[in-house]
Design a protein around this ligand. Structure first.
Ligand SMILES: [Fe+2]
Length: 307
């Protein structure tokens, strides 16, 4: 399967209105004018990268994997069907909502709705950031990464990620065996998806987005501190994936990692197969008072969205 990257994400939120100011003023994203119920956030010329729909709880609704073109999309559907995942094809209304030519979805063994699409709508030279900002690292690499919590790394999930989606391994962080990072083979980023293994827990642990300019990380950090948003971790530089980032809670109650200086061409990166002794070289001091992400829930309670 030739997935290009993580193209979009959908969230359900109890606080869509909070995002309306947070996304532009803190993150620098643009809010796309829309008549629909979802708040659409732009990071580049794509129609949108993140859709936030009002709801009764905070949760990840779906993640969208981009295929290169129609033949690649059809091949992906054949592979998913052969593996017993029975992809459901999006009707015209849903295709329009996602702004794609074609889409199909499955329920993954991680309790997440994985969508597979090609032909994401875009408007060239129309992206204007929500505040003065030097732009997001998107393009072929996708909009960033998601880290999901799963209660165990099962054979089924391993098969899904490594054999069905054909993702490449990118290390396990400092706590070997408790995290796993992966990316599509075509992708030049270190990871597009990660899993944090926590017994009894499912859901979204954090989302990572990358910006071109370190100053935009600093400005976002200032805005977070001025607003008093809770941090999950202070500004710091990771060891295995040596980005500079901080983690702060969004209006939806999950942490967002705001990143600069991501590594590319990670196949030759010396840290990939290494086993770092610590998560970070400096910083990333964890906030002992940080709340539990509201998008993580008991594994006994499936809250996966059906739309
Ligand atoms: Fe991250």
């Amino acid at each position: 399967m030739e997935i290009v990257g993580l193209g979009y994400m959908g969230l359900e939120s109890k606080n869509t209105e909070g995002w309306r100011t947070y996304a532009p003023e803190v993150l620098g994203m643009a809010v796309r004018p829309s008549d629909g119920p979802a708040l659409l956030l732009r990071m580049d010329d794509r129609n949108h990268r993140i859709a936030i729909r009002p709801g009764d709880r905070d949760r990840l609704s779906y993640i969208g994997w981009e295929l290169l073109n129609r033949p690649a999309w059809e091949e992906a559907l054949q592979i998913l069907a052969a593996e017993g995942y029975a992809p459901e094809i999006a009707d015209p209304g849903l295709r329009e909502e996602r702004a794609v030519h074609a889409m199909a979805w499955i329920h993954g063994p991680d309790d997440v709705r994985h969508e597979f699409y090609y032909g994401h709508g875009f408007d060239s030279h129309t992206f204007l950031p929500g505040r003065p900002h030097n732009g997001f690292v998107t393009g072929e690499g996708g909009f960033g990464h998601v880290v999901l919590t799963v209660p165990a790394w099962t054979d089924e999930l391993n098969h899904f990620i490594e054999d069905v989606l054909k993702f490449k391994w990118f290390g396990s962080g400092a706590d070997t065996g408790k995290r796993r990072f992966y990316r599509p083979r075509r992708n030049h980023r270190t990871h597009a998806i990660g899993y944090s293994i926590v017994p009894g827990v499912l859901g979204l642990q954090h989302v990572g987005i990358e910006v071109h300019d370190l100053d935009d990380v600093g400005i976002a950090y200032d805005r977070v501190l001025e607003r008093g948003d809770p941090l999950m971790a202070t500004l710091g530089r990771h060891t295995q994936d040596p980005v500079i980032s901080f983690y702060a809670f969004t209006p939806s109650g999950f942490p967002l990692e705001y990143i600069n200086a991501g590594v590319e061409d990670s196949e030759v990166h010396p840290f990939v197969e290494g086993k770092p002794e610590s998560l970070s070289i400096w910083g990333h001091k964890f906030n002992p008072d940080a709340p539990k992400p509201s998008t993580m829930y008991s594994a006994a309670e499936s809250v996966t969205s059906d739309s």
